[in-house]
Every structure is written in C-alpha cells, then in structure tokens.
Design a protein around this ligand. Sequence first.
Ligand SMILES: Nc1nc2c(c(=O)[nH]1)N[C@H]1C(S)=C(S)[C@@H](COP(=O)(O)OP(=O)(O)OC[C@H]3O[C@@H](n4cnc5c(N)ncnc54)[C@H](O)[C@@H]3O)O[C@H]1N2
Ligand code: MOO
Ligand SMILES: [Mg+2]
Length: 404
Amino acid sequence: MSACDRPGLLPMEAALERLLALADAAPVEQIESVALVEADGRVLAEPLVAALDLPPWANSAMDGYALCLADWNGQALPVSQRIQAGSAPEPLQPGSCARIFTGAPLPHGADTVEMQENVDLDDAGRAVFRETLRVGQNVRAQGQETRRGECVLPAGTRLGPVELGLAASLGVAQLPVRRRLRVAVLSTGDELVEPGQALGPGQIYNSNRRLLIAWLQRLGCAVTDAGILPDDLPRTRAALGALGEVDLILSTGGVSVGEADFLGLALREAGELALWKLAIKPGKPLTFGHYQGVPVIGLPGNPASTLVTFGLLARPYMLRRLGVQRVEPLGFPLPAGFTWSKPGMRREYLRARLEHGRVVPYANQSSGVLRSAAWAEGLAEVMEGSTLAEGDMLRFIPLSEILG
Ligand SMILES: Nc1nc2c(c(=O)[nH]1)N[C@H]1C(S)=C(S)[C@@H](COP(=O)(O)OP(=O)(O)OC[C@H]3O[C@@H](n4cnc5c(N)ncnc54)[C@H](O)[C@@H]3O)O[C@H]1N2
Ligand code: MOO
Ligand SMILES: [Mg+2]
C-alpha cells in the first residue's frame, strides 16, 4: 500500500494544491503605496515599468580615454577635456581624446574607451594607444540594460534587496504593494508557559509562538499575538470568535486525535473543517478550516512539525494570497550521506545539513526536537515508499529558502 492508497492520508502535492486553490479564491486585493525603505519583503501589486532608459546615457565602463575610433589615424591624440562621473561633458573636439572615468558620460562624438593601463602619455601630454582598439569597447550604451517602457518586475514579485535596488536604479521612490496579510497567532495547550516565567509541574515553555511570530514578521505580515489558549472547547470557540479582522488564524497544537485537541473540534463544530491528515512526517495532523469565514490553519503542536508545515504549506498559502505565483521552495538535488532502509508511508522532511558534499540528518528526528532545526541547514526530502543508499540523490531544501 502506498501513502496515496492509505485511507485518510493526503499526499503533499494534493495538500498544497488544495491550499493554493483556497488561497487563489481569497486574494488580498488592497494595494498601498510604500516607500522603498518600507518595501522589503512586500509583494509588488502592479508591474514595474521603466520610465527611463538604463543607463540613461552612454557612459564609460573604465577609467581611461574616450575617442572617436572612426576618425582616428593611429597617432597620439591630445587630451581635450577631463570628464568625471556626475559631470556634463562638452562634445569631443575632432582629432582629440578625452580623459574619462568609470561611470562618466561619454562626450558626444566619442564611441570608444581605452583603459588607462593601455595608454601612455608622451612628453607633450598626448595619449598614445598601445593596443588595437575595437569600436564601442568599454562603452555602456544608453538603454543597454533596460529600455523605457519595458516591464522589469511583474506584479506578484516578492520584493527583496535586489528588486528594491532595481526600482531605485529607475528612480522609483514608492511602490504599489499588496497590503500586509493580517495573521493572528494562537498557541494552544494547558502545558504552555511563556519564557521568563517559572515552570510548574508538567509545563513546558511556548516555543512555537516566538518561532512563528518572528517568521511572520519576516514575511511582512501584520501579526496579532493572541497568546496561549487553554485546552478547553468553550474557550477555544470564544478565542477564535474574538480575533477581530484578520486574514488568517494560525494556531499550533490541538489538532490531533487526543481528547484535549480542541482546535479541530471547534472547527468541525462550526461546520468548517476542510482538512486533512497529510502523508508527511513531521506534520501529519495539519488542519485547515474556517471559523466564521476566517481561514484557519492549525499547525501540529510539535515544534519541528510546526516548522515543516509552516514552511512548506502555510507559507506558500500566505504568499499566494498576496499574489505571488511561485511559492514553493525549489531546493536542489544532493547526494545522501546516509542510508534509509525502511520505506515510510509518509514523505519525510529530515532536518539535515551538508557534510563533505553529502546530506546528513540530525541524529534525533523526533518532531518535538526543535534543536534539530537549529543544527540543520535544510530539509532533506525522503519520498514516501522509498529507500536510499549512500550517494543516492534527494532534494535538499535550504532553510534559508523558506525562512523569510
Ligand atoms: N493517537 C495519536 N496520537 C497522536 C497522533 C496520532 O496520529 N494518533 N499524531 C501525533 C502527531 S504526528 C503529532 S504532530 C501530534 C500533533 O498534536 P497536536 O497538533 O494536537 O498538538 P498537541 O497535542 O497540542 O501538542 C503536541 C506536542 O507539541 C507540544 N507543543 C504544543 N504546542 C507547543 C508550543 N506552542 N510550544 C512548544 N511545544 C508545544 C505539546 O506539548 C506536545 O508535546 O500528535 C501526535 N499524537
Ligand atoms: O506528524 Mo507528527 O508532526 O510527526 O509529530
Ligand atoms: Mg494533541
């Protein structure tokens, strides 16, 4: 029996497909204009079209001498002007060359730049060109990077340092972005206390809350911290109903089959439990539903399960709601540095790192062990039903690809 055949266990692709379809059906459409300095991590709402050529004028790629090669007879040329970046040159005097520096505008009439290392100055201060020259060498033509009117970034681009630099290079000071996704974070569990407090009997510190809030902030979300919810059905209902205007409720814990797992129960009772048991490990009891019309993603409470399901399912869902098209991490193939002899029913995401070019998993893969992810550099994907010998290829998803 494969994982796909196993009753009630949904394969990863099917779960993601469903989540993305739900996201497509509930897009965040509002747009706001933000200064570039505020735009890191936000999602571009309209295509960015160049309003000017880049570069705006031909300029020199080297420190050296600019000349008109067509008019040159191979003789030493007098230096008729000096052009620094930021200056406005005179047209090039016929029969002369111009001293020029990197990024300075080419004077009208010049078509070629020779780097200064290949030029000598004779006793009369004329430039002697030692090497063969080629028309256009070391010249960055106007519009060679971008022509006015070209789309340089499509709508739905997630803005990062490169995109912001590109927008700045085009003189754009403000960008239209989708408004922030408003996410409420709920931690469920009677056993949870916050760091800084004393641990009572049976209690543990709430780690998921900090993990998720930091991650959501990196994702550009507006976060409502809804604190800790006790394992109690009436209070779960009340808390879910009191979260105000949010686009998503993200909870951890309380979604498995235990008698104290009330999140799933509250959603089922409201008639809006949509999901699922997934064929992935960790992360099997991921839950999706709505509460009074607001989407709810119930992440499994075990911290490594929270990490994997948020990174591989909730994060893509959230980005898609903002209009990002490619939302899944790509990862890349790498050879396994371990063997896997027992094919599993669920696809496994091992917290792993690279050692000597091979993927090595953390020794303790229990889904309660968050330390595994702090040690790891990525998630090693072991497909359901498969075995691995050392050197077999698997997909490695760097944590850096999903953490942000
Ligand atoms: N009989 C079964 N029991 C369990 C199954 C199952 O199929 N049958 N699935 C297991 C799997 S797999 C997972 S994953 C967990 C998921 O459980 P829940 O999502 O209901 O989460 P809880 O039971 O509330 O907590 C699980 C675990 O994680 C700890 N936890 C919860 N929240 C936090 C937090 N904010 N910070 C740190 N640690 C947290 C909690 O104390 C538990 O140890 O269910 C299995 N059981
Ligand atoms: O599927 Mo659970 O998340 O392994 O512990
Ligand atoms: Mg439970």
